[in-house]
Design a protein around this ligand. Structure first.
Ligand code: NAD
Length: 341
């Protein structure tokens, strides 16, 4: 049985706790939040007795295999370094860091301590995205040469996450990071990126629209586009839609989780809808299922002494894309060459 503690009992952490309760071979034995009302409310909801207002006290007092850090980005570095020094394995929510320097320091701290560090980059763990990856790996559409990963919505994300309206960066750092990670997952690491951004909603501080073009090492060119300012006939939140063209066919992941595959054999349509887990609610069930899947993957990795798909080191490449996209957008949309961190 792996024993963990959750740090940060806010909006999204409730999904983590539901998922942990559903998984076997793991138990969350303690909670930590510096906001006492949130700590108490979450402890009561999930029946977890041991609670702490301070992460250092938690790590001193508890015997743990891992901590699950679900705070916002500003506290990730101190908490990851504290956990690494305490010798426990770590999950850290996205965005992993505000700067590449912080992210590199965190991966170094985990390496030096010999602990596993996984970034909770869950979008690639959605069952529809895994289904698309399986089709690409099967060779049914041949070698992909072009792709698009698209997330366009007018859903009110600000009521659940008010910081999104006031932070200095918005859609690339919060959502685009997931969509860029899906592009890396499907098409491989990127060699270059160019980006354009826009703020459409006058009531928020930063950009709510971003359009990016990536050239991948595999030779794929992809478009990654995100918007929280697109009022559409059908609201698709929180679906990521996909288009991939290959040498012998194509695929489209359409609204409503409909996967259409065109190959030399003809057209096939599959329903790749996510399951509605007992604790989940529409339309978030797609994201909630991916939370369970990534947490299960983390425990599998601990048991097998394997590195998670979205390890801290892997995530440096997704973060580098985020930083390069902001640089391009503020510097005349010029193409930024990536170093591969
Ligand atoms: P939130 O503000 O609702 O919750 C954060 C909680 O952490 C708060 O209760 C706060 O008191 C606590 N906290 C902050 N610093 C702390 C510290 N040093 N010690 C103890 N507690 C501390 O934020 P949220 O909306 O739940 O977002 C948390 C993270 O989850 C963000 O990084 C966000 O980007 C991410 N998120 C991820 C997804 C996803 O699909 N992966 C979805 C939504 C949010």
């Amino acid at each position: 049985m792996k024993k963990g503690a959750l740090i940060g009992c806010g909006f999204f952490a409730q999904n983590h706790l539901h998922a942990w309760q559903e998984l076997s071979g793991v138990e969350i034995s303690a909670l930590c939040d510096r906001d006492t009302a949130r700590l108490r409310g979450t402890a009561d909801r999930f029946n977890i007795e041991r609670t702490y207002a301070d992460a250092a006290e938690l790590l001193n007092a508890e015997e743990l295999d891992f901590v699950d850090i679900a705070t916002t980005v500003q506290t990730h570095r101190p908490l990851v370094e504290l956990a690494a020094t305490s010798g426990v394995n770590i999950i850290c929510q996205k965005p992993f860091a505000d700067t590449m320097e912080d992210a590199q320091a965190m991966t170094r701290a985990a390496d030096d301590a010999g602990v596993t560090l996984m970034v909770h980059e869950n979008f690639r763990w959605q069952s529809a995205i895994r289904a698309v990856k399986d089709v690409l790996d099967s060779g049914r559409i041949g070698n992909p040469f072009w792709g698009r990963v698209s997330f366009r919505s007018a859903y009110d994300v600000y009521s659940g996450q008010p910081y999104l309206a006031t932070d200095d960066r918005f859609i690339i750092q919060d959502l685009g990071i997931h969509i860029l990670d899906i592009a890396r997952f499907l098409f491989g690491d990127a060699r270059s990126i160019a980006a354009s951004t826009k703020r459409v909603n006058p009531l928020i501080k930063a950009e709510d629209v971003a359009t990016m073009m990536l050239v991948h090492e595999t030779g794929v060119t992809s478009i990654v586009d995100c918007s929280y300012a697109s009022l559409l006939p059908r609201e698709n939140f929180p679906e990521s839609l996909l288009e991939v063209d290959g040498h012998t066919g194509s695929l489209r992941l359409l609204p409503g989780y409909q996967l259409v595959i065109q190959s030399a054999d003809g057209t096939e349509q599959q329903d790749v809808s996510p399951p509605l887990l007992p604790w989940a609610e529409r339309p978030w069930h797609n994201i909630q299922e991916s939370v369970r899947n990534i947490q299960e993957h983390f425990i599998d990795c601990l048991n097998a002494s394997a590195s998670p798909e979205t390890s801290g080191k892997d995530n440096l490449k997704t973060l580098e894309l985020v930083e390069a996209a902001y640089l391009s957008a503020t510097d005349g949309n010029r193409t930024i060459q990536l170093t591969g961190s």
